[in-house]
Design a protein around this ligand. Structure first.
Ligand SMILES: [Zn+2]
Length: 124
């Protein structure tokens, strides 16, 4: 399963961030996903509980943010938004465009919990 492998590599990133920051647990994970990433958001969500089981992010919420498709025109040089099935320049209508974003899948942010550090200290 393609999505499970992706989810597991995201978990590795989340775990190393959590370790680095000395966190007790992870509360939420935000993943940015472009429509051309070739990954189904629903399948990623289904794979998440399997990939996160036993990790520091076991109880974290997975939030998927949809990233826009952006193209740069080879003809007029403009950058514009595009549709997955129509990667044309919005300014001049040329098909000769280069994809700037829309095919990525990346970890955008991680919310961590540090329960130990939050304990109030009593002075005597
Ligand atoms: Zn153009």
């Amino acid at each position: 399963m393609h999505e499970l492998a992706i989810c597991q590599s995201l978990m590795n990133q989340v775990e190393s961030i959590a370790l680095e920051r000395d966190a007790q647990s992870v509360t939420s994970i935000v993943v940015g996903m472009g429509p051309l990433s070739g990954v189904e958001a629903q399948l990623l969500k289904n794979a998440y509980p399997i990939a996160s089981a036993g990790t520091i992010a076991e109880h974290a919420e997975l939030i998927i943010e949809n990233l826009p498709i952006r193209v740069k025109c080879s003809s007029c040089g403009c950058e514009s938004d595009a549709l997955p099935n129509k990667l044309v320049c919005k300014t001049c209508g040329d098909w000769r465009t280069t994809l700037i974003s829309g095919d990525e899948l990346m970890l955008m942010s991680v919310e961590l919990e540090k329960t130990k550090a939050e304990k109030p200290q009593t002075l005597h």
